[in-house]
Write a protein that binds this ligand. Sequence first.
Ligand code: DGT
Ligand code: CA
Ligand code: CA
Ligand code: ZN
Length: 566
Amino acid sequence: MKNLEVAQTLNEIADLLEIKGVQFKPIAYRRAAETVNSLSKPIENLSMNELIELPGIGKSIAKKILQIDKTGLLPYFEDLKKDCPIDYESLLAVEGIGPKTVKLLYQSLNVKDLDDLEHMAREHEIRKLPGMKEKSEEKILENIKYAKKTIRNLLGYILPIALELKNNLMVLDEVLEVEIAGSIRRRKETIGDIDILVITDNPLEVMDSFTSLGNVDRIILKGSSKSTVRLKENVNCDLRVVPEKSFGSALMYFTGSKETNVELRKLSIKNGLKLNEYGLFRGEEWISGVTEDELFRELGLDYIEPELRENHGEIEAALRNELPSLIGYNEIKGDLQMHSKWSDGSNTLEEMVSEASIMGYEYIAITDHSGGLHIARGMDDKHINLQSKKIEKLNDDFEDLTIFKGLEVNIDSDGKLDVDDGILKDLDIVVASIHSGFRQDRGKLTDRIISAMENEYVNIIAHPTGRKIHQRKAYELDLDKVFDYSIETDTYLEVNSQPDRLDLKDVYVKKALEAGCKLVINTDSHNRDSLSNIEFGIATARRGWAEKGAIINTEPLSELKKILKI
Ligand code: DGT
Ligand code: CA
Ligand code: CA
Ligand code: ZN
């Protein structure tokens, strides 16, 4: 049944007409949408005559409905969208902003997207508009956050979807090559949309297959060189067909980031060249573009890994042969934070251990929560001791895997740990973290972390800034001070791999490394499937320019034991 799809298109047409300032028509389209929405039979079964019998549907709208039914596309709608210079979908996603407001914002303040809107709200321009107050401005700022949240998705959610799309395209006979580009290739923590490039001799057929994949919800745009679909998973995917000769340059361009592209283009111009998605040119002459490797070489640059392409100094570094040799995705030798049913995990200790063994790890730490029942079903002292005995025995069953006795202790609001040193001293690894009192001031929070670091048994500070993407901001910390103490006390800051944590985040990883810290990448898994999240922690570390040597759990067992004084 296509009723919902048709109704949605009619409503969007109404929005667009309203934004354009067209009279009466928007109301007509909305009434038609309502009729379609409340229809009890599939709209695609209705003929022209049956359609115009329906309330609020005249000949012109009926024609359009039939067109959507037949082709999934409506040229009238596509033209309207093309005509509209505004990212109206994002703006309308802000609660309290309707088409009339979008129009007003555009006409009076030239607001085209969420960034413009945010800027104008911060500059207090919104409250000057008719019908707006100080309060509306504050609400808009607050609601932009939620709108952005519904628009961007976590990498951890999107990456598997993108990989499946890639597989589905790869198996097509007409497809010669497929690559995921955009922010996914850069492994950014959140993703706006999926960008995929293909080489094919038969674009039309590939686009047909692409737009009819099982998880396509609706076609937004379909052409022979670019198509965009909305997936059922609530994210858009752009597919672009590029010439074989330009694959490298297209991959470079569509990998971005935009900021890096701008710099690369400037560099090309400086060298008397021109770079775009079709290739590298000297005047009209095409020089290169088949592979990224060769383009970087022609530009006098070392190859820049996609995770580094954020214009954070990577081009400078590539010019001087000073790029880091990034930690590889297979170089983690063990995961030093995970939970089992002994606290709030959902798999047994044995299940976690055998999964880690399957992954080929040399060592892991089981770090269930402390704190007794009132914190994350934490363990009391008696259980900590019992679990330790269990782990000692379990070690006998695994020849190639060492299981460390660990614990995740809470740092209380005064910086004290909720487990006595007498217990901690018998454990192999102690992870300390803040789970409460996030609202204290920066000085207090920094002091809490530092007192935990000063405890001689604490090895790791888990999720050091406490942020949760889309849910909770990082608490205030004097990171420079934390970095200093990390080095001084041999306490390692964690890069937590949970897709909504990624904490430390990429830019802080870079800062920590510049300060001379070494870090540890853990998954903080609460079930065995999450152990594979390690790739997101590694990606974050790579985005923060981390080399293998900066991450302690790339070290073999003997070395790690020395580092952690086990
Ligand atoms: P996203 O989708 O918001 O997570 O981020 P990206 O980086 O995937 O951005 P997207 O999908 O808008 O575009 C993909 C790439 O195409 C982007 O990383 C760089 C390139 N690109 C797109 N628009 C522009 C542009 O206006 N200028 C330049 N230089 N590059 C662009
Ligand atoms: Ca994208
Ligand atoms: Ca895109
Ligand atoms: Zn937990």
